[in-house]
Write a protein that binds this ligand. Structure first.
Ligand SMILES: Cc1ncc(C[n+]2csc(CCO)c2C)c(N)n1
Length: 214
């Protein structure tokens, strides 16, 4: 068993909770309420910008040039593929005006940023592995379902694209290459924490709906 597989096994319960989250189930059943999706998009747009910074920390702490080159390409994909997706959505849809008021969504950004600012290379890679592996997994399932909203369909497809899959697999392999077996408890803990923050992040757009209805 590899270290990355050990980490996945250590976290099977919480990962299953995230993979069965209401948000994921709603997407797969083609019943995600549009206002929930639009709040989510606003939170996501902010996070993808944060992710550019997280990968910049990883680039700075990378152990070799080959790794740096890969991470620079990741930043390029985020800035020039993912961000334009959000710009396109914002231009076409009337997204909520001041959406990132959600404390849970903002907390996700802050915690991920702080973890990257303070973490060593293996810790940052593990945090992004938790975030990306989970997205690749649930989007692979969702991509088999009918999704009527074209923007949501495009978002799911972005995460089953071979380029995104390669990125998720690269993070997994990087844990095995650069993580030490004795780091398993600490890295598993990071995976656990990030997945817990993800659950709160995906609760947030539903909570925003409850508040606007109240
Ligand atoms: C809340 C949240 N968690 C995970 C992802 C998956 N993901 C897609 S792009 C990217 C940044 C690095 O490539 C990550 C982590 C997401 N989009 N939003």
């Amino acid at each position: 068993m590899s270290l990355s597989d050990d980490i996945l096994r250590d976290n099977a319960a919480i990962l299953d909770r995230m993979l069965g989250h209401r948000f994921v189930e709603d997407v797969c059943a083609d019943r995600l309420p549009t206002p929930v999706f639009h709040h989510y998009l606003a939170y996501e747009g902010a996070f993808v910008e944060t992710a550019i910074g997280i990968f910049a920390f990883a680039t700075a702490r990378a152990p070799d040039l080959e790794t740096r080159r890969w991470l620079i390409a990741v930043q390029d994909a985020l800035a020039n593929t993912q961000v334009p997706y959000f710009e396109g959505c914002a231009a076409r849809l009337s997204l909520p005006a001041e959406p990132v008021k959600s404390p849970a969504a903002r907390q996700f950004d802050t915690r991920m940023h702080d973890l990257a600012a303070q973490g060593d290379f293996a810790e940052i890679v593990t945090a992004m592995f938790a975030a990306e592996w989970m997205y690749w997994t649930w989007c692979s399932r969702a991509a088999c379902a009918y999704i009527s909203d074209p923007d949501l369909k495009a978002w799911v497809e972005l995460h089953v694209d071979p380029a995104f899959e390669a990125q998720a697999r690269w993070l997994k392999a990087a844990i095995d290459r650069y993580g030490a077996p004795q780091d398993r408890p600490a890295l598993s803990r990071i995976f656990h924490d990030v997945t817990a923050w993800e659950i709160a992040f995906h609760d947030a757009p539903y909570d925003a709906m409850k508040e606007s209805a109240a």
